[in-house]
Design a protein around this ligand. Structure first.
Ligand code: SAM
Length: 276
């Protein structure tokens, strides 16, 4: 998505927090479910979820670890933290603590965690290698880290996202969220980063996630509720209608059943990391 510095990322996601994951499109929940299935939290575990957003992962893990465990849900954006805290309270998950903080330099004691998760977050950090190194130090004996990142998109979704390219500054053209190069471009590139940080990948699963939009308007609401909103902001107002129309034509070609939902696919990569 971007190469923004930490302050700009915090502002972007704070602005997004009221609508993030509220468009009715099943995206962040199925990603979180895959991650939780991979890391398998058990009752009593001490867990931190970095870049918690509105709690897609942290709330699920809090239910799994139960009152004998604890979950620190942390995000840079205060609006995200407030939304997670509110939902935890509504569900009676009093052992979940939602805090504002930077996953690049978390204020947690060394060797204090059984499990650390970060779903769709690592690529936002200015120095992912330093972050993973520091996350490994937070693990107690037998501790593990679970992260999710993006793999390939199908042709239609990629073509839709490529419509923004003419408006993006050079640094955003090979987005670090996936990219054709760099640590998030493949399972092996990510494994190399983990190994340089002093860890090892003990499981890696790449699986396409089918994502359905009832119509082009729902895609647009979804797009504007994610980090892609900053790309819309780079498109001059008079050109937005043209981009919307072009995206609409592409998306309309992706209705497997005429009159049914639009369906596109994004590969989600789930990675389990342990200390070497
Ligand atoms: C794509 S969202 C994912 C949110 C959540 N994990 C989920 O799966 O729904 C990325 C989140 O990471 C947060 N974030 C980005 N950089 C961060 C940092 N340095 N420290 C903590 N949170 C960060 C953003 O504020 C945002 O809430």
């Amino acid at each position: 998505m971007s190469d923004l510095r930490t302050g700009a990322v915090a502002r972007l996601f704070d602005d997004l927090s009221p609508t993030y994951d509220q468009s009715g499109v099943a995206f962040f929940s199925p990603v979180a479910e895959r991650l939780v299935a991979l890391v398998r939290p058990v009752p009593g575990e001490q867990v931190a979820d970095f870049g918690c957003g509105r709690g897609a992962v942290a709330l699920r893990i809090a239910s799994a670890v139960g009152p004998d465990g604890s979950v620190t849900a942390m995000d840079l954006a205060p609006g995200m933290v407030a939304a997670t805290a509110e939902e935890a309270e509504r569900r009676g998950l009093t052992w979940l603590r939602a805090v504002t903080g930077d996953a690049g330099g978390p204020d947690l004691p060394a060797a204090s965690l059984d499990l650390l998760t970060a779903s769709l977050v690592l690529f936002f950090l200015p120095d992912p290698l330093a972050a993973v190194r520091c996350w490994l130090d937070l693990l107690g004996p037998g501790g593990r880290i679970g992260i999710t990142t993006f793999g390939e998109q199908d042709e239609v979704w990629r073509a839709v996202d490529d419509l923004f390219d003419p408006y993006l500054p050079p640094g955003m053209l090979d987005p670090r969220t996936a990219g054709r190069r760099g640590p998030f471009s493949s399972e092996s590139a990510l494994a190399a980063l983990v190994s340089e940080a002093g860890g090892q990948v003990t499981a890696s699963v790449e699986e396409p996630l089918p994502v359905r939009f009832a119509d082009v308007e729902q895609w647009e609401r979804f797009s504007l509720s994610t980090g892609q909103r900053q790309m819309w902001q780079l498109v001059p107002e008079p050109e937005r209608a043209g981009l919307r129309a072009a995206a609409g034509r592409l998306l309309e070609s992706a209705r497997p059943v005429p009159g049914g939902a639009i369906e596109v696919r994004q590969v989600i990569r789930c990675t389990l990391v342990e200390r070497l």
